[in-house]
Write a protein that binds this ligand. Structure first.
Ligand code: SF4
Length: 110
């Protein structure tokens, strides 16, 4: 699996992404059950509220070889401060619509 991770820009000051990397390393959370090797193709934020740039960033990761786009759990669960993104559904919807069947998606990393 070659994964590109989209994270919440607002959360960067709280979290360096350790939970995402641990989930990948240990194949837990959103990566549970993945048997193949997992390579991290990219790690980018959504571009800031309301998250429209996530499309461009995910698109670029796919262009560079990602076969999976994972939305970090700071987006839908609000880790680590319990403040989910108010635009999470729309953000994911537009990324999925843009990339279609070209890639698989992971809705939350850990
Ligand atoms: S749009 Fe959502 S994911 Fe992006 S910075 Fe704002 S709150 Fe975070």
């Amino acid at each position: 699996m070659k994964v590109g991770i989209i994270r919440c820009m607002q959360t960067e000051d709280y979290c360096p992404g350790s939970g995402d990397f641990a989930a990948i390393r240990n194949k837990k959370g959103g990566f549970a059950g993945v048997e193949e090797e997992i390579q991290i193709l990219g790690f980018a934020n959504c571009g800031g509220c309301p998250g429209k740039k996530a499309v461009l960033r995910a698109r670029e990761m796919v262009k560079r070889g990602a076969d999976t786009i994972a939305f970090a759990s700071c987006i839908s669960l609000g880790n680590p401060v319990g403040f989910p993104c108010p635009y999470a559904d729309k953000l994911k919807e537009i990324v999925k619509k843009d990339l279609g069947d070209k890639v698989q998606f992971i809705d939350s990393t850990h």
